[in-house]
Design a binder for this molecule. Structure first.
Ligand SMILES: [Mn+2]
Length: 366
């Protein structure tokens, strides 16, 4: 613990989030200008939920911008209504956002520049010394980010709080999943995504957003990965799922859409899929698991996916499933060209999804 304190930047309150939960706080009013995430004034020490921003998207292969996700979600979060029909008053537990680690910001800048050159060459670096060096450096910076996220996540989890990581691209939660697994070795991962994310070092990047679950299942002792929304994957990934003998259980989007069109019992389908998970659950939500009309600027959008009602249905069933969510992440929210304004549709959806994920997780911990 002492060593962590020495190596991890202090997790201070955001400058614009200065006040404790006040008895005068009105959850029905508009967010005060000096309020924090979701218009709350929760102090980190009192908040049951710590939101960890990881503004890193160096290996984004198609459209960059997810590194701006945490800030955009923070701004849009002030528009989220706090009362929740399904779970009541999740805000009462206190939700506070940590500061982004300045080292992550710095690493993102350096790695993105180098990665762009590798991506421009299609990831083919053989015989090209400069590109090989660039690739090695991107991989090293990715490892460092993983380590920073791991240490920050472990601190939050060890204090008994709910960890909610906000990316960044989908490479960002590796350290969080590692920390959660160390403290809860039996946990399973519930993974919403358009992509299977089981590619081996996509474009040569060891820590690619497209490889997160390959890294998790190969490097970590995870027993169960349960996937939802999957509709973009290569044959190798499909084979990896098949050969996993039930360690990876995937509900392909095709089967979900067909079940809807055929009028099958969706509640039964959702419950059976969630029943594959052990009691303790880590939820990893790539926003592109949703229909792209809900995340038009995300890095690698794919037609199809869960509509808003579908996603809420899954979360409501998760809340009822007698599970315990120990940590969660939301990633790949890209505000697009609206990054500097307050009206990013992607961020509005992201902020609402984050709130509903947190509400669901808190409901499983009561
Ligand atoms: Mn993903």
């Amino acid at each position: 613990m002492r060593e962590l304190e020495l190596t991890v930047a202090p997790l201070s309150l955001r400058a614009d989030d200065p006040r404790p939960v006040s008895k005068n706080f009105d959850p029905n009013a508009a967010a005060a200008p000096d309020s924090g995430l979701f218009g709350l004034s929760s102090k980190l020490a009192d908040a049951a939920v710590h939101v960890l921003p990881v503004p890193f998207d160096a290996t984004a292969s198609y459209r960059k911008g997810a590194w701006q996700g945490p800030d955009a979600i923070y701004r849009a979060s002030k528009q989220v209504d706090l009362f929740d029909l399904a779970t009541g008053r999740p805000y009462e537990a206190g939700i506070a956002m940590l500061d982004a680690d300045p080292r992550v910001v710095k690493h993102n800048r350096e790695a993105s520049k180098l990665a762009d050159r590798v991506i421009a060459a299609g990831g083919v670096v053989a015989g090209k010394r400069e590109l090989q060096k660039a690739l090695a450096r991107v991989n090293a910076l990715g490892s460092e980010v993983n380590e920073l996220v791991y240490r920050a996540s472990k601190r939050v989890l060890e204090s008994g709080k709910l960890l909610a990581l906000v990316g960044g691209d989908h490479s960002t939660p590796f350290g969080a999943i590692r920390a959660a697994l160390e403290l809860h070795p039996k946990l399973g991962v519930l993974h919403f995504d358009a992509h299977a994310d089981l590619r081996v070092a996509y474009e040569g990047f060891e820590w690619s957003h497209a490889s997160i679950m390959e890294n998790v299942t190969r490097r970590l002792p995870l027993r169960k990965l349960v996937q939802v929304g999957i509709r973009d994957f290569c044959e190798d990934e499909h084979e990896l799922i098949r050969a996993s003998k039930g360690r990876i259980v995937t509900l392909f989007d095709r089967d979900w859409q067909n079940a809807k069109l055929e009028g099958r019992d969706l509640k039964q389908l959702v419950r059976a899929h969630l029943a594959e998970l052990p009691r303790e659950v880590y939820v990893s939500f790539d926003v592109d698991g949703l229909d792209p009309t809900l995340c038009p600027n995300t890095g690698t959008p794919v037609p199809g996916g869960l509509n808003w009602g579908d996603a809420m249905f899954w979360l409501d069933e998760l809340a009822r499933a007698k599970k315990r969510v120990v940590a969660l992440d939301l990633n790949e929210v890209n505000p697009g060209s609206a990054a500097d304004e307050e009206d990013s549709w992607d961020a509005m959806v992201g902020a609402r999804l984050l709130y509903r994920m947190i509400a669901t997780a808190l409901a499983t911990r009561r």
